[in-house]
Design a protein around this ligand. Structure first.
Ligand SMILES: Cc1cc2nc3c(=O)[nH]c(=O)nc-3n(C[C@H](O)[C@H](O)[C@H](O)COP(=O)(O)OP(=O)(O)OC[C@H]3O[C@@H](n4cnc5c(N)ncnc54)[C@H](O)[C@@H]3O)c2cc1C
Length: 439
């Protein structure tokens, strides 16, 4: 039975392509608004209804059950009166007729279309990457394939020392494999961590048993007599035995559908502040879109996109020139690593700008704590925390607010509560300089 709720729904048909994290979040956001389109169809290529992709890492590590990942099941969609089509891939869009076709031949008309097709793992032109035994780590099927490969034991080689590669490597190690991790840069998570934090992380992971190679250039993969991958060769002549290889060097926006539909496509499907593509009837959001030359790989900015697009789609269509209050605005994001027993929190530049940033740092080798803050004119622009990361969100909040932290400078490295006390004292004594005030 469709969910009965009083709405002033428009009679338009909205089709959402992709039942991943962005597509599903959009559905939840639309349901929370009164003037949503009356007819919503969601089409997802994966067989499973929307699940929390972020939790694939703890699932692979054996720390979570499969069921715990599900966001909403098919019954819930039916109860909300939303048509859910799973296991079908949209292949073509006829923009003139406003119709799309799936790989089963299903045809569907739309008034508004949202592309939320995510991204695909990047594949460098390395010989042997198409061999059996080479995996990616993107969806439930990948996680399940990796878990069953790990049941055979043996050696795994993970290519990529960013967030995803580290989480995959730890997951496979926990499942009993001997894991080598290859990172092309000189340090792990080089986009998020400074050298000190990266070394602390590397030492901890080595201590757990990971074999880490930084500055590693993969030359080719070797096949055994069965044609299955059996080794990875590096440019320096190193040969690493491999029963299983995981490719985790980055992602590429999944723009195929946008491209065949003739939308404006760069690295991602190009959208404006309202998440509208070059066709006013088609929107794109999440990892498949590109906004002001940026593409996405974390959920935080995608949640902001969802709010903007949900407002946009729920506009009162009798007043077509009405616009939602605010379009999408890019915001900085913070990074956390989901490897149990290791706490990391980072945002902003990894290296100080010479002459631009003042660096404050603190290290307690016994506790394994490290904090490094980058300040410009008393305002926080970047932080790397390793070990005790409890104050991370507070630092991030101060950076977003552009707050002048000069009054609490002496306590800044001690963490949020000490620093906030000094800030409060200073505020009580004299009004604080306004945020973002020119230095
Ligand atoms: C293992 C892992 C761990 C992660 N950890 C974190 C983390 O800790 N923090 C964080 O912020 N982010 C994390 N991410 C990234 C996060 O999951 C993504 O940013 C988010 O899922 C992007 O949402 P999306 O909807 O754009 O793409 P997706 O969630 O990938 O959804 C896209 C969906 O569209 C479907 N699709 C594609 N083409 C078609 C088509 N033609 N027809 C129909 N359906 C189609 C796909 O099958 C897929 O289901 C992680 C990702 C992975 C893989």
């Amino acid at each position: 039975m469709p969910h009965q709720q009083s709405t002033t729904a428009t009679t338009e048909h909205l089709v959402i392509v992709g039942n991943g994290m962005a597509g599903h979040r959009l559905v939840e956001a639309l349901l929370a608004r009164a003037e949503r389109p009356s007819h919503i169809t969601v089409i997802g290529a994966e067989a499973a209804p929307a699940y929390n992709r972020i939790l694939l890492s703890p699932l692979l590590a054996g720390e979570m059950e499969r069921e715990a990942l599900t966001l909403r099941n098919a019954e819930w969609y039916a109860e909300q009166g939303i048509e859910l089509v799973l296991g079908e891939r949209v292949e073509t869009i006829d923009r003139t007729a406003r119709r799309l076709t799936t790989d089963t031949g299903r045809e569907l008309g739309y008034d508004h279309l949202v592309l939320a097709t995510g991204s695909n793992p990047a594949r460098p032109p390395v010989p042997g990457l198409d061999l059996p035994g080479v995996h990616v780590f993107r969806d439930l099927n990948d996680a399940e394939a990796l878990a069953s490969a790990a049941e055979q034991g043996g050696n795994a080689v993970v290519i990529g020392g960013g967030l995803l590669g580290l989480e995959a490597a730890e997951g496979l190690r926990k499942r009993g494999m001997q894991v080598s991790l290859l990172q092309r840069a000189e340090r792990l998570m080089n986009r998020q961590l400074d050298l000190t934090a990266a070394r602390l992380l590397e030492n901890e992971l080595r201590h757990r048993g990971l074999d880490i190679h930084t500055g590693a250039q993969v030359e080719r993969l070797e096949a055994d007599a069965r044609g299955h991958v059996c080794a990875v060769h590096l440019a320096d002549g190193t040969r690493l035995a491999a029963d299983c290889v995981v490719l985790a060097i980055g992602i590429v926006p999944n723009v195929e559908l946008g491209r065949v539909a003739g939308l404006s496509v760069n690295r991602g499907i190009v959208v404006d502040v309202w998440l509208t593509t070059s066709d006013p009837a088609i929107h794109a959001l999440g990892e498949c879109c590109e906004f002001e030359d940026r593409t996405y790989g974390l959920v935080e900015p995608i949640w902001h996109q969802v709010d903007v697009l949900a407002d946009r789609l729920c506009l009162d269509h009798d007043h077509a020139d009405a616009e939602p209050a605010q379009g999408y605005v890019e915001q900085p994001t913070a990074t956390k690593l989901k490897v149990s027993g290791i706490s990391l929190y980072a945002f902003g530049p990894t290296d100080p700008e010479p002459g631009g940033h003042e660096v404050l740092s603190y290290r307690d080798p016994q506790q394994g704590d490290y904090r490094r803050l980058l300040l410009r004119d008393g305002r926080l622009e970047g932080a790397v925390l390793y070990g005790d990361t409890a104050s991370g969100p507070w630092y991030f909040e101060q950076a977003l607010a552009g707050r002048d932290l000069t009054p609490c400078r002496s306590a800044l490295l001690l963490g949020a509560s000490d620093a906030q006390l000094l800030l409060d004292d200073a505020l009580n004594e004299s009004p604080q300089r306004p945020a973002k005030e020119a230095a």
